[in-house]
Design a binder for this molecule. Structure first.
Ligand SMILES: NC(=O)C1=CN([C@@H]2O[C@H](COP(=O)(O)OP(=O)(O)OC[C@H]3O[C@@H](n4cnc5c(N)ncnc54)[C@H](O)[C@@H]3O)[C@@H](O)[C@H]2O)[C@@H](O)CC1
Ligand SMILES: Nc1ncnc2c1ncn2[C@@H]1O[C@H](COP(=O)(O)OP(=O)(O)O)[C@@H](O)[C@H]1O
Ligand SMILES: [K+]
Length: 508
C-alpha cells in the first residue's frame, strides 16, 4: 500500500472532485461515511455514550458528518465544537447546519478551558479536532482538551490523524497529541504512524478507501510502501518440480565466538527453514560439536581459532555469505573480516558484530560488495551513521549513507524499515514478543536464505522481514509475547509461508 506525502493527498482530493464531478462536500460525506461504517462495525450494541470533538476545519467537518450519521442510527451522541477560531471551513459550516437541522442535541461550543466537559471512562471519544491541516502545535485550552482526553480512560478513535500530530514533521517534546486507540485514516497511511517517536499516538491504524482518483494517485511520487501480503505473493517464486538443492543456493553463515555459538545456530536454522538449498556454518572450533549436534542439516567448517574467528578460509562457492552474529569485535576477528570483504564480490548480509566492526573501521565500508544488506537495530545504526535529530532525520541520514555505499538497509524496529536507493518499505508484521534475544539473528538467516534462492537483496530483505514478523505473530498467538523465544519465530516460518496462499483476509 502506497504512502504519499500529505501535500499530494490534498491535490488528490482536488483532482478527484474535478474528475468525478462531485463537490468537496460530497467527498467529505463519502470519507466520513466510510469512517462511520468502520466505527459502527466495531461498536457493541447498547447506548454507549459517544463524544465527538470537532474542530472548525475539514477534519471537524468529518466529525460532524460522523455525528449526524451516528445520531441517525440512534446512537447516544454529544457533539462539542472545538471553537478555536472564526475561520471555519466551508464544508464544516455546511455540515454544522445539517447537524443543527436534526434539532437535537444542539452542538456545544467550547471556547475556553472552563467549557471543557468531563470525560467518563465509559465514553467513546471521536477525535476530529485537527487532521492533516495541523501546521503548528496545539496551544492553550485546546492543548488542555487534548491532555484531558488522554488522561481519561475513554476509548479514543482519531479521524484521519490523531489531533496534534503533524503529518510531515516530528513533534517536539511537550506537544500535546491525542493518544488514540484506533486511527481511521483516509486513503493512504501516513508515514508518522510507523515511526518509533510518533507511532504510538495512532494506535491501531485502519486505512479507509475513500475513492480518490486512482489515475492521479498512481502518477504521484510514492514516499514509502507499506508491505502487505499481496506484495509478498507477487514477489514469491514457486518451486520447479525438477529443482534440486543446488537450485536454491548455498548459504554460508560466518560468526560465533566462545559463549556465542548459539547466535549462528539460530541464523543457520532460520536459513534452512526459509528455503536455502544448503547451509554451511563457519565458526571457531569450540563450536564444532555444538553445531553438528543442534543442527544436523547444516555443514560446519572450522576456523583455526578455538574461541574466536582468526582467519576465514573455505573452499566452497556459496551464493551468499552472512557475517557477524556473535563474532565479537576483537582485532584478530576484525582482520579476518577485512580479508573476507576483500575477497567477496557478490552481495553479503551483515548483522550484529559485523555492523559493529564496520562502525569502528569506517574504511571497510568501501569494501562492501554493492547491494549488500545491512540489518542494524537502532543502536547499531547510530554507531554506523552517527546521531540524528528525530526519526525523519534518521531516515534521511540512513538514505544518504546507503546511497554512498550502494547498500540495502534493514532498520530493525517495531516497524522495520527497508531502504534501497530512494525507496522505502515499511513492515507491518511483528509484535513486542519479538523483543527477545536472538530474534535479529533469525532475521539475518531468513534474508540470507532468500538471496541464496535467487531473490535480489532488496526482495529478500522485504520478503524476509515480512515473513519473520508474520512468523513472530503466529508464534505469539500460540505462546504469548512473554512465552515466545527467537527459535519459535523460526518454527513458524513455514506456517507463515503457507498462510500466504490462503485466500482469507486474516492473512494480511
Ligand atoms: N479536502 C477534502 O476534500 C477532504 C478532507 N478531509 C478532511 O480534511 C482534513 C484536513 O482539513 P483542513 O485542511 O481543513 O485542516 P484541519 O481540519 O486538519 O485543521 C483545521 C485548520 O486549523 C488550522 N490550524 C493548524 N494548526 C493549528 C493550531 N495549532 N491551532 C489552531 N489552528 C490550527 C489550519 O490552518 C487548518 O486550516 C483531513 O485530515 C481530513 O480529515 C476529508 O473530509 C476527506 C476529504
Ligand atoms: N516491539 C516489536 N515489534 C515488532 N518487532 C520487534 C519488536 N521488538 C523487536 N522486534 C524485531 O525483533 C528483531 C530483534 O532484533 P535484534 O534487536 O537484532 O535482536 P538480537 O540482537 O537479540 O537478535 C528485529 O527483527 C525487530 O524488528
Ligand atoms: K483528528
Amino acid at each position: 500500500m502506497n504512502i504519499y506525502d500529505v501535500r499530494y493527498l490534498a491535490e488528490a482530493d482536488e483532482k478527484t472532485i474535478e474528475r468525478q464531478e462531485i463537490t468537496s462536500t460530497d467527498l467529505m460525506e463519502r470519507a466520513a461515511t466510510e469512517a462511520f461504517k468502520e466505527i459502527i462495525s466495531r461498536l457493541e450494541p447498547g447506548p454507549v455514550p459517544i463524544k465527538v470533538f470537532a474542530g472548525i476545519g475539514n477534519n471537524g467537518g468529518d466529525g460532524l458528518v460522523i455525528a449526524r450519521l451516528l445520531l441517525g442510527e440512534g446512537y447516544n451522541v454529544e457533539v462539542f465544537i472545538v471553537d478555536y477560531s472564526r475561520n471555519r471551513s466551508k464544508d464544516f459550516l455546511i455540515n454544522y447546519n445539517k447537524l443543527k437541522e436534526l434539532g437535537r442535541p444542539w452542538p456545544v461550543s467550547i471556547k475556553s478551558e472552563d467549557e471543557i466537559p468531563e470525560i467518563a471512562e465509559t465514553d467513546i471519544v471521536i477525535d476530529a479536532i485537527f487532521g492533516i491541516g495541523l501546521n503548528r502545535p496545539a496551544e492553550g485550552w485546546v492543548a488542555s482538551l487534548i491532555s484531558k482526553i488522554n488522561l481519561s480512560s475513554a476509548l479514543v478513535i482519531a479521524i484521519d490523524m490523531p489531533s496534534g500530530l503533524f503529518a510531515d514533521k516530528m513533534p517536539k517534546t511537550g506537544h500535546d497529541i491525542i493518544k488514540a486507540h484506533l486511527t481511521l485514516t483516509f486513503q493512504s497511511p501516513k508515514l508518522v504512524f510507523y515511526l518509533p517517536q510518533t507511532g504510538s499516538y495512532a494506535g491501531e491504524v485502519e486505512v479507509l478507501d475513500i475513492g480518490l482518483d486512482q489515475d492521479f494517485l498512481s502518477s504521484l511520487p510514492v514516499r514509502a510502501k507499506l508491505i502487505d501480503h499481496i506484495q509478498i505473493l507477487d514477489m514469491y517464486r514457486p518451486r520447479d518440480k525438477f529443482s534440486h538443492k543446488g537450485t536454491y543456493g548455498h548459504s554460508l553463515i560466518i560468526g560465533g565466538s566462545y559463549g556465542k555459538i548459539g547466535s549462528i545456530s539460530l541464523t543457520a536454522r532460520a536459513a534452512l527453514r526459509s528455503g536455502a538449498g544448503m547451509v554451511s556454518i563457519y565458526a571457531p572450533s569450540c563450536g564444532y560439536e555444538i553445531l553438528q549436534t543442534v543442527l544436523p542439516e547444516a555443514m560446519v567448517i572450522m576456523d583455526e581459532g578455538d574461541k574466536e574467528i582468526m582467519n576465514i578460509k573455505y573452499d566452497l562457492k556459496p551464493e551468499v555469505v552472512c557475517f557477524g552474529m556473535g563474532a565479537g569485535t576483537s582485532g584478530t576477528t576484525t582482520g579476518a573480516f577485512r580479508n573476507l570483504l576483500e575477497g567477496i564480490k557478490f552481495p553479503m548480509v551483515i548483522d550484529a558484530d559485523g555492523l559493529n566492526m564496520l562502525s569502528k573501521n569506517k574504511e571497510f565500508l568501501k569494501l562492501l560488495p554493492p547491494q549488500s544488506v545491512l540489518t542494524p537495530h537502532p543502536r547499531e545504526l547510530q554507531r554506523l551513521i552517527g546521531d540524528w535529530e528525530d526519526d525523519l532525520d534518521k531516515l534521511d541520514k540512513a538514505m544518504e549513507f546507503l546511497n554512498k555505499y550502494s547498500l540495502v538497509m534493514v532498520l530493525k524496529d517495531a516497524h522495520t524499515i527497508i531502504l534501497s536507493g530512494n525507496e522505502m518499505y515499511i513492515n507491518d508484521t511483528g509484535n513486542p514478543g519479538m523483543a527477545t534475544a536472538g530474534a535479529g539473528d533469525v532475521l539475518a538467516g531468513v534474508i540470507t536464505a532468500f538471496i541464496s534462492q535467487g531473490y535480489s537483496p532488496l526482495e529478500a530483505a522485504i520478503i524476509g522481514t515480512w515473513l519473520h514478523g508474520r512468523a513472530g505473530d503466529l508464534a505469539a498467538n500460540e505462546l504469548s509475547y512473554e512465552g515466545m523465544i527467537a527459535g519459535d519465530i523460526t518454527n513458524y516460518i513455514g506456517k507463515a509461508i503457507l498462510e500466504l496462499f490462503k485466500n482469507d483476509e486474516d492473512s494480511s
